[in-house]
Design a protein around this ligand. Structure first.
Ligand code: PEP
Ligand code: CO
Length: 381
């Protein structure tokens, strides 16, 4: 089969080293088991039927040095807490999927980044690719980092599975990340008893920048039977969404495909109704999930941030549009951290605003802010 075009792949200077890494990854055990993937699919089926809610959340980019039990526990507890709020507030089961154990590769709007002085460097593409330090060696993509990503994901998963003990299958936190770096993802596709599945995650999604219908990422997601997601931003047409739903869910399996909508507060009222109607009429079944983060980025006093008010407003619009069409607003996709950061801010916050900004990528909600988003969503149901 001819190689499909692959968007957003870093430029790896050492191709031979990259080939070696792919071979090594292919020889390592899968990180996730097919049985776990099937367990999550059962939960996603309930979500698709409108009998359960879904909360997906975690860091924009995980860091290698955070792959330690104590920090993993904090992240899992943080998401588990939000899932508990959803269960209590809706009296529905709630499926919890974290952005964890593999969220080490980042698509970037520009391949280069400039300092105020004008000095340019390749962009930081996640710990699986390079290091955020603004320095030429650190920013050079290193293939062996993909193996470190595997090792860190394994450590994180070990800890995550410890949190499962004594919990019903539906109350476990599952793993997810963006299926972005093909030299990492392809060798981790494994043959199971039900066909090929991705052994890198339980749930994988395709980003807004890599969802080309004839592209390599859609082909990868097509080849595996995990539950998968696709981010939909404001450039998606209703026809694109219909085509994606049919390509990725040809057998119309409830829960197989989630559309993670991130139109932004300004565009969601105008664009979402057309997309939802087209998919309902001509497409295959999907779960509708609201990502109020990625369409609402702004720059304030030199910081990449997101304001609470437009995020709330996107959640409101998303929920109303789906409800008006008899569709199930399944839940939220959030970038969040258990740390008390001040990366996202409110219009009402007093200066100085960014006293604790730690993210190397997108701004995250702190625990108070993420609980507030969940309560806001629940109040609309
Ligand atoms: C992300 O989820 O971190 C991301 C890059 O999202 P999107 O593809 O929606 O821009
Ligand atoms: Co992000």
């Amino acid at each position: 089969m001819a190689q499909r075009p692959a968007a957003q792949q870093p430029y790896w200077p050492d191709e031979a080293a990259l080939d070696d890494v792919e071979r090594e990854l292919a020889g390592l055990p899968a990180l996730t088991s097919e049985d776990e993937v099937v367990d999550l699919m059962r939960g996603m089926e309930l979500v698709a039927r409108g009998s359960a809610l879904l909360i997906q959340g975690g860091d924009c980019a995980e860091r290698f040095h955070e792959a330690v039990p104590e920090l993993v526990r904090q992240k899992v507890d943080n998401l588990q807490g939000l899932a508990a709020i959803m269960r209590a507030g809706s009296r529905s089961p709630t499926v919890a999927v974290s952005r964890i154990a593999g969220q080490y590769g980042k698509p970037r709007s520009s391949p280069f980044e400039a300092e105020d002085s004008g000095r340019q460097m390749p962009s930081y593409c996640g710990d699986a690719v390079n290091d955020p330090e603004f320095e030429p060696v650190a920013r050079t993509p290193q293939p062996r980092r993909l193996l470190t990503a595997y090792e860190c994901s394994r450590l994180v998963l070990d800890e995550l599975r410890r949190s499962w003990s004594g919990r019903p299958i539906l109350e476990r936190v599952y793993t997810s990340h963006e299926l972005l770096l093909l030299p990492y993802e392809r060798p981790l596709v494994r043959e199971g008893t039900r066909g090929a599945y991705s052994g890198s995650a339980h749930f994988g999604w395709i980003g807004e920048r890599t969802r080309q219908p004839d592209g390599a990422h859609v082909a990868l997601a097509q080849a595996v039977h995990n539950p998968v997601g696709v981010k939909l931003g404001p450039t998606v047409s209703p026809e694109d969404a219909v085509a994606l739903s049919r390509t990725l869910n040809p057998e119309r399996v409830p829960g197989r495909l989630t559309f993670i909508v991130r139109f932004g507060a300004k565009d969601v009222d105008r664009l979402l109704p057309l997309v939802v109607d087209a998919v309902a009429r001509h497409g295959a079944p999907v779960v509708w999930l609201c990502d109020p983060m990625h369409g609402n980025g702004v720059r304030l006093s030199g910081h990449k941030t997101r304001l609470i008010e437009p995020m709330r407003s996107e959640i409101t619009s998303f929920t109303r549009v789906l409800q008006e069409r008899g569709q199930w607003p399944a839940g939220l996709h959030l970038e969040m951290t258990p740390d008390p950061v001040t990366e996202c801010v409110s219009e009402r916050d007093e200066e100085p605003r960014f006293t604790d900004y730690r993210s190397t990528c997108d701004p995250r909600l702190n625990p108070e802010q993420s609980a507030e988003m969940v309560s806001h969503f629940l109040a609309l149901l």
